[in-house]
Design a protein around this ligand. Sequence first.
Ligand code: PGA
Length: 244
Amino acid sequence: MNIRVFDTEDQVARALADRVASALRVRPNFVLGLPTGRTPIATYAELRRLHAEEGLSFARASTFNLDEFVGIEPTHPGSFRYFMERHLFAGIDLKPERIHFLDGMAADLDAECERYERDIAAVGGIDLQLLGIGSNGHIGFNEPAEELMANTHHAALHVGTRRDNAAQFGGDPARVPHEALSMGMGTILKAAALILVATGERKAQCIERTVHGPVTTRLPASFLQMHRAVEVYLDRPAASLLPV
Ligand code: PGA
């Protein structure tokens, strides 16, 4: 893994946005995989700034988001689609037909997961997948478990994960959906390149285990060790348990 440590969270966001911008300038029809969560918010803000002030265009790019809750509409403020509209899509020039999302309201959720896999394959795969990491080591909604699913699937969410997502549901974990659709570990590992981003001391322990621990389904992020093009962008607190 290629690990980059920055002094501040802002520097992480700027470096990551620059990395995405350079890729887009070289290849305008780039296919980008996107995460939600608190971590990428500053990066998305910087991408919006690069679009507004420096003419960075997403007009020919495609995006695939990692996951979505089951049972809520895309217009629900707790949905990941809503999050993406607010933090990124509304401020850039992506074409709506090139924004790909799992539909948590689909009548047949298994068919919806298969459709997503087909849509990713149809564009030739994801060029660069950005990833956050849960403090329990989850990636997308691939939660620590005895077994992990390779393909896009229907997942049950852990209590802690629902608690972490409560803010968008009026602060009440009981209102956070119990289930989600998520790319599987195999879907993620098929991307040509991956960038894991983590900030804050809360992530230090799972970052240390992700980078140096054994590969285990109990820490889904540890599977990234088996990919040959992984970059890890960290601020100092998130990197604090890594050997210097
Ligand atoms: P966070 O979430 O960025 O809000 O910490 C990351 C994740 O759960 O994947």
